[in-house]
Design a protein around this ligand. Structure first.
Ligand SMILES: [Zn+2]
Ligand SMILES: [Zn+2]
Length: 581
């Protein structure tokens, strides 16, 4: 998502050609294993390549090493890639048993088509490729996935093999290690292991069920979010989940975003839809009174749950869903207040980002596209104002020319693995809904409306956060903050007493009273990524102390229970990211 800057273009190009050539080699290897294979397409992608096949049986992970070995043989033979230009008729004859290739040939406007041959394999391709298979670097086949022909769910489902390829073995090893780390941190895997959330086929894809432990993390973040917004002069509001379709016609959503909206439902002869965004409810609240310039800015914030249609093929854990809760807010202000308001949002965004320990971001200011709402003058002024606010906040940014939405310029703050905050000026909705205020001259003016989100949606943010922390949440967010582990049954009373005292201070604590060994209980707490384990035996009971273990395995010196409580309180209040005692 973040543009890959600083990489020399021609190096990228060379790698891309090599990766695409590796796709041809993989296709040849697959053909030797499955002589009846039908071939789709095989492009280079970031870090590697893929090829889509129609095969007589489903691939299993065990097939990949077999195909890899065959590929290694083809590469070792150093076969040249040779280009041939043939008449379409000739190509049709050559690919008579390849229905997908025939489809592609039919779409080529020219009378002749390009073929590339290496060894026994010939493919329909424009090139370019490496000179010979020996020039292909270090590669590995990494996964198998289903993919519709041409990405269209009405077309046959093909089997896609993904590979990665690099210049050197070292670069490949480094990348594979990154992939492994990403798999360890995958929020879908950790969500299951840590019992955070689930998605059910019975309820429908893309609809998230938050389990008690996941709900704790979400609630802590939501409480923090609300408190912080109130401190910064926002008002918290709530708006309904459904609204009359006419409202969405007035806004233009029905016209422009219909593909993402669910079908209307009928209530007392009126059509309603489930809301895809919260903006209109906030506008209706604003418009319940004639507003004066003195009242502005008004900042309405809502953790608003919305529903948007996404194709089932693109849904992905918490990060791509059909129902989600936006951390949404709309600022209604005068134009002369816009710069301060944007600077305020940037400051809030920075505070949130720092709190959760995200770094390495890139900021983009997207400017006017070809089709736009509002006047040219308003666009220029607003774009300038956003730029001024960024400069004032000492934030470096890049201009993304023409990438603004049609209704106004915007600022995006993007992180690796997290979409990040966005701030969007809107000239369209205030016009469509006639959202105004009375100026100091008694005249009516159109209000400036800003949509902004800091965390994005709770779902997507949690996906990023789980992966960011590898499931080991800092103590203020941890679903379970303390596990008390009695050494023997006779220490249970003391353990229960500690639990009660901690619970009275709103600490999330449990006693592990199972008849298991201490080591197994410690192991379990580590798997659950509980920040603190308090092991209590004879010595601790006698001295009113606790023996502390961290989830890293580190053991701390025994300390009095009171001093542990103080340590814990400080870590929670300071939202300590690392457990440094
Ligand atoms: Zn090719
Ligand atoms: Zn909005």
């Amino acid at each position: 998502m973040v543009p890959n800057k600083g990489q020399p273009k021609d190096k990228d190009n060379k790698l891309e050609i090599m990766r695409h050539s590796a796709a041809h080699v993989m296709a040849e290897a697959v053909q030797s294993v499955f002589p009846d294979a039908k071939f789709g397409i095989g492009p280079a992608i970031e870090n590697g390549f893929y090829y889509d096949f129609d095969l007589p049986r489903s691939l299993t992970p065990e097939d990949l090493p077999v195909i890899e070995t065959k590929m290694a043989e083809i590469i070792a033979s150093n076969l040249p890639f040779s280009r041939e230009v043939v008449a379409k008729e000739e190509a049709r004859r050559l690919f008579a048993a390849q229905p997908y290739k025939l489809e592609l040939i039919d779409e080529i406007p020219d009378a002749e088509v390009n073929l590339y041959r290496q060894g026994s394999f010939v493919d329909l391709c424009r090139g370019p490729h490496v000179n010979s298979t020996g020039e292909i670097g270090a590669f590995k086949l990494v996964s198998i996935a289903g993919a519709y022909w041409r990405g269209d769910e009405h077309q046959p489902m093909l089997q896609r093999i993904y590979g990665v390829a690099f210049d050197t073995r070292g670069a490949l090893a480094e990348h594979l290690e990154k992939l492994e780390e990403a798999a360890r941190r995958d929020h879908r895997k950790l969500g299951r292991e840590l019992d955070l959330f689930s998605i059910h086929e019975e309820a429908g894809p893309g609809l998230v069920h938050w389990h008690p432990r996941g709900a704790v993390v979400r609630r802590i973040i939501e409480d923090f979010w609300k408190d912080e917004h109130i401190k910064r002069g926002y008002d918290i509001v709530y708006t309904p989940h459904i609204a009359k379709l006419d409202l969405w016609k007035t806004s233009g959503h029905w016209e422009f975003y219909r593909d993402y909206l669910y079908s209307p439902m009928e209530v007392e002869g009126q059509e309603y839809i489930i809301k895809p965004m919260n903006c209109l409810g906030h506008i209706l609240i604003y418009k319940t009174k004639q507003r004066s310039y003195r009242e502005l800015p008004l900042r309405y914030a809502e953790l608003g749950t919305v529903y948007r249609y996404e194709r089932s093929g693109v849904l992905h854990g918490l990060s791509r869903v059909r129902g989600f809760t936006q951390d949404d807010a709309h600022i209604f202000c005068r134009f002369d207040q816009l710069e301060d308001e944007i600077a305020g949002v940037l400051d809030l965004a920075r505070f949130m980002v720092d709190t959760f320990g995200f770094s390495n971001y890139q900021v983009f200011l997207s400017t006017r596209p070809d089709k736009y709402a509002g006047s040219l003058e308003a666009w220029e002024e607003a774009t300038q104002t956003l730029g001024n606010a960024l400069k004032r906040s000492k934030i470096d940014y890049d201009i993304d020319p023409g990438e603004g939405v049609f209704y106004g310029p915007k600022i995006d703050i993007k992180f690796e693995g997290w979409q990040g905050p966005t701030i969007q000026v809107d000239f369209n909705l205030p016009q469509r809904f006639d959202v105004t205020y009375i100026g100091d001259d008694g005249k009516e003016y159109s209000v400036v409306m800003v949509h902004r989100t800091v965390l994005g949606s709770m779902e997507r943010f949690l996906a990023s956060l789980i992966e960011h922390y590898g499931g080991a949440f800092p103590v203020w967010l941890a679903p379970l903050q303390v596990t008390v582990i009695p050494v023997a049954d006779r220490h249970l009373d003391y353990a229960n007493k500690l639990e009660t005292e901690l619970r009275n201070e709103s600490v999330r604590v449990e006693v592990d009273a199972r008849s298991e060994t201490v080591n197994r209980k410690i192991r379990q707490a580590q798997l659950d990524k509980v920040p603190y384990m308090l092991v209590v035996g004879d010595r601790e009971v006698a001295a009113s102390t606790v023996s502390i273990r961290l989830r890293s395995g580190e053991q701390l010196a025994s300390q009095s229970f009171d001093s542990f409580k103080e340590t814990l309180r400080t870590a929670i209040i300071n939202r300590t990211k690392e457990l440094k005692e």
